[in-house]
Design a protein. Structure first.
Length: 307
């Protein structure tokens, strides 16, 4: 494969909602493509037995070995990654894919006793091998508490929630947030909600505007603070479905469309938010170290590395 080994630190981002049909896979595919257009190396890992991301690129679930074979030890990771240079596949530039298939339904049985005590840890080792080879790895999860989905919660650095302006979709968000909190309690202390994508929006509809405000407030921790909802709203459009039928992204079929530009804006917003998280983390580390360094100085210990 041709992923650049000198890329920046890999961000592993899971996308999800505990309700199907909310644009999760569409957002995953289009966001990765937008970042690829910006020069970022991206891997989409399809973890859904309905293999939506795989089909989004016009690939039949049984055409390639992928997630099932990798997680059950039947193949190595480099052998299951599809790149834009592979024949008979029209992936966007700098976007790679690990496919899924219906056989994921039998994953738990196939894993057997080896993962009996920690099945949700099955992604940790493969992702360890992939870190440093991509700027972004997107884990496209199923709208259910399947083993690959739970594993994504346990392995991701960040989580992007996806929803549409519908009551049941927003209820699915609440369930997904509960799962995120459970993953943090179970050991993935680093997991952060990066943001919420609101897509398939027709702002002319009163109910859509009502739900937009509801999502805005639902993900605002304190009054007056910014909401976790991304500012960029993805409009309802037929171009998404047209591109899916062709097994392509809207960047390939409608590169100048307003929805394509919205995904470009969303990609920039994702990068800006990640930069803000990194700055806040660096500041927190510096503040935590400062009293220790001051104590060393009072004790007459010279500066330098403290291990």
């Amino acid at each position: 494969m041709d992923a650049d080994n000198t890329t920046q630190e890999t961000k592993v981002i899971a996308l999800g909602n505990q309700k199907g049909g909310v644009g999760k896979t569409t957002n995953c595919v289009q966001l990765a493509t937008a970042l690829g257009e910006m020069g970022r190396h991206c891997l989409i890992w399809d973890l859904d037995m309905n293999f939506g991301a795989t089909r989004h690129f016009g690939i039949a679930g049984s055409a390639y070995w992928g997630t099932f074979e990798l997680l059950t030890g039947q193949d190595e990771i480099d052998n299951v990654i599809i790149t834009e240079s592979d024949e008979d596949v029209a992936l966007p530039p700098k976007v790679h894919l690990i496919t899924a298939d219906r056989n994921l339904e039998g994953l738990d049985k196939a894993l057997g006793a080896e993962h009996k005590f920690f099945p949700a840890g099955i992604l940790l080792e493969p992702l360890k091998q992939l870190r440093g080879r991509y700027d972004y790895i997107f884990l496209d999860t199923a709208p259910s508490a399947s083993t690959p989905t739970l594993a994504a919660y346990m392995a991701a650095d960040f989580f992007i929630l996806s929803t549409t302006p519908q009551t049941f979709a927003i209820k699915g968000l609440e369930d997904a947030v509960a799962d995120i909190k459970a993953a943090i309690r179970q050991g993935n202390k680093k997991l952060l909600v990066l943001g919420v994508i609101l897509s398939d929006v027709d702002k002319r509809l009163r109910l859509a505007r009502l739900h937009m405000g509801l999502v805005e407030e639902l993900f605002r921790q304190q009054p007056g603070q910014p909401s976790a909802k991304f500012d960029t709203i993805i409009s309802r459009s037929t171009v998404v479905g047209e591109a899916q039928k062709l097994g392509k992204t809207i960047f390939q079929t409608h590169p100048t469309h307003k929805v394509t530009d919205q995904y470009r804006a969303l990609a920039q917003e994702v990068e800006n938010r990640l930069a803000q998280f990194a700055q806040a983390q660096a500041a927190a580390i510096a503040n935590a170290q400062q009293p220790v360094e001051q104590e060393h100085n009072r004790d007459g210990v010279e500066g330098g590395s403290h291990g």
